[in-house]
Every structure is written in C-alpha cells, then in structure tokens.
Design a protein around this ligand. Structure first.
Ligand code: UDP
Ligand code: MN
Length: 318
C-alpha cells in the first residue's frame, strides 16, 4: 500500500517536473521569439520626442504604447503637461510649469516644441538623428531607421513633409523670401549637425517661444523659418511621412495596400483619416484607428500578431 502510494506520488512529482520544464522551455522560446522581433537595430541612433498631454493619454497615446513605442522605448521621450501612467519619469519632460496649462495655441505649442530641443541638446552626444512625432502618429520605426541610415547625420538635414503645395510667402525682414516648412504633425527629423547649428536659437524655451511670437508663426513654421533664414538649411521633402491632414492617403485602398509597408509615418484621426478598410484584428474599441492591426501587418512575427492573423484567417474561411 505504502509502496504504491509512494510510487504514484513519485510519478506525480515527475509529471509536475516535466510540465514545469515544458512550460519553462516554451516561455523561453516565446521570449526569444519576441525579442527577435522587438529588437530594432538602431545603429543610426534615433531619439524620438513625442508631444502629448494628459488629456490625450487614453484617446491616443495608449495605442502608440501598444504598438511602435515599445520597439524604441529607451530612445523615446514624452513632452507632456503632466506625468502619464506607465511612463517613467526619466523619459518625461514636464511642460506645465514653463508653458502653462495645455492649449492648442501658438504659444503653448511653441513652448512644448521648445522642450524637444532641450531634450535634443541634452542627448546630443548619444544620438545622430532627432525626431519629433505627435501623439496621433504611427511610426514605422524600421523604415525610418533604414531611410535615415542612407543619409549622413554630420550634414545639416531637415526632413519632413510639406502640407501646403507652395512655399510660404514672406516679404518681411530679416528674410524677405519664400521658404518651405515641414508640418510637425507628419513627423520631422533633424540631423545631429542641424541640432548643433540650432543651438543658439533653441537653448532656452523662451528663445524659441519669443521667436514664434515675434514672427507670428506656429512652431513648425517658425522652425522652417529658423532653418531657412538663419542657417540656410533647406527642407528635404519626403512623401513617406504622412499626417492626418492628408486627404488622399487612406482614400485609395489598393494604393495603400500596395505601399503601406514602405511608408514611414501614418497620421490618424476619426472619422476617416485611418486605414478603416483593414481587417479588424481587435475589437473596434480596442483598436479604433486600426493602428494595432497595421502594426501586426508590419510585424507579422510578433506572437500576438501571429495569433491575430491566424484567428482572422480561420474566421474568414469558416
Ligand atoms: N497638443 C498639446 N496640447 C494641446 C493640444 C495639442 O500638446 O493642448 C499636442 C497633441 O498631443 C499633438 C499635437 O499637439 O501631439 C497636435 O495636436 P492635434 O493633433 O490635436 O492637432 P492638429 O494636428 O490638428 O494641429
Ligand atoms: Mn494632429
């Protein structure tokens, strides 16, 4: 009796041991798989300044935190009025004290953008490229990395997308000439050399804010003005950056599906500035802009995405 009990007890222990080894091995394999997909080789060293605010956390930022930001977590800094959930303090740049309460006004947004430069100057020796993104953007970080690695960050680059078909007309001194500017809402990247040259104009928040007010330009226009007028740096235009201002980007499904893997930024806004025609991998309240679906289509190796894709294929062939 005793020996039988002892025997089954031993078998039971053995079974638990085998199960534990199996679970441990599987979790190791999964972690490894996940690491492979989430490690972005950032040999160019890109820093990401994301402009957001406490009132946008649930509406926008959570979707970025569920998709592209984890791929570049260590290199991402948040410019925000207040501390945000799940974001470490050492990656948070608080603006409320210097800029006042959040508002979609010229001075508040210029003041927030001025904080990008404080971060950029602080980390100048650690990065080659300095990018700004708004919180209503999906960034295809692999393609951004690939694109920037074709350029020399020791040269003065100002990279982005124009939202207007023509250069901005200007007849005032000190620079009575038209100039191009890139809309910050599509993302803007500056090389290390450009950050270095911008230092005299962006050392303190008030230098940049006073400049915006003096010229009566919004932050992105003032940045374009500074670069053209004072530094003679012209805009490198890219049509792979997209803001939600662009009407046609999501209007042609076929073109979008043919080209989306090559795009670098995607703006989103309801009701129609997002890829609404993509399959729904998540319930709509969990993925209102289809950003998580887009992310899965770009990173099919991620375990969760594999599951979503399998589920979708299975359901659509049932
Ligand atoms: N924003 C902000 N404070 C505000 C309003 C907007 O920091 O009071 C940020 C917002 O998080 C986003 C950017 O400014 O990153 C542009 O805002 P939004 O997308 O709402 O406006 P639009 O792109 O139409 O200018
Ligand atoms: Mn926007």
């Amino acid at each position: 009796m005793f020996s039988l009990n002892y025997c089954s007890y031993r078998n039971y222990l053995l079974l638990i041991l085998l199960c534990s080894i199996f679970i441990y091995y599987n979790s190791l394999r999964q972690t490894k798989n996940f690491d492979v997909t989430t490690e972005i080789s950032n040999s160019n060293r890109i820093i990401y300044a994301v402009r957001t605010g406490s009132r946008f956390y649930q509406k926008r930022l959570v979707y970025l935190l569920q998709t592209w930001i984890p791929l570049v977590n260590k290199d991402t800094f948040f410019i925000t009025d207040k501390l945000l959930p799940n974001i470490s303090q050492d990656h948070t740049i608080l603006t409320e004290k210097a800029c006042g309460s959040d508002a979609h006004s010229m001075s508040n947004l210029c003041c927030k953008t001025a904080h990008d430069f404080l971060v950029f100057h602080h980390y100048i020796s650690e990065y080659n490229w300095f990018c700004h993104f708004d919180d209503d953007q999906y960034v295809n970080v692999n393609k951004l990395n690939e694109y920037l690695s074709t350029l020399d960050s020791n040269k003065p680059y100002y990279i982005g997308r124009t939202s207007w078909p023509n250069a901005l007309q200007r007849s005032k001194e000190p620079f009575p000439s038209p100039f191009w500017f890139a809309t910050l809402g599509a993302g803007v990247c500056l090389s290390k050399q450009t950050i270095h040259l911008l230092k005299p104009y962006t050392q303190t928040t008030s230098e940049f804010v006073d400049g915006c007010i003096r010229e009566n330009y919004h932050d992105d226009i003032y940045l374009g003005f500074l670069l053209s007028a004072y530094l003679n740096i012209t805009l490198t235009k890219t049509d792979r950056f997209h803001s939600h201002l662009e009407k046609s980007f999501y209007s042609n499904k076929q073109t979008f599906l043919r080209t989306f893997t090559n795009q670098i930024t995607f703006g989103f806004r309801t009701p129609d500035r997002y890829p609404y025609f993509l399959p729904q991998f998540y319930r709509s309240h969990l993925d209102p802009y289809r950003m998580r679906t887009l992310h899965c289509l770009l990173y099919t190796q991620i375990n969760e995405c594999q599951t979503k894709i399998h589920q979708h294929l299975f359901n659509s062939t049932k």
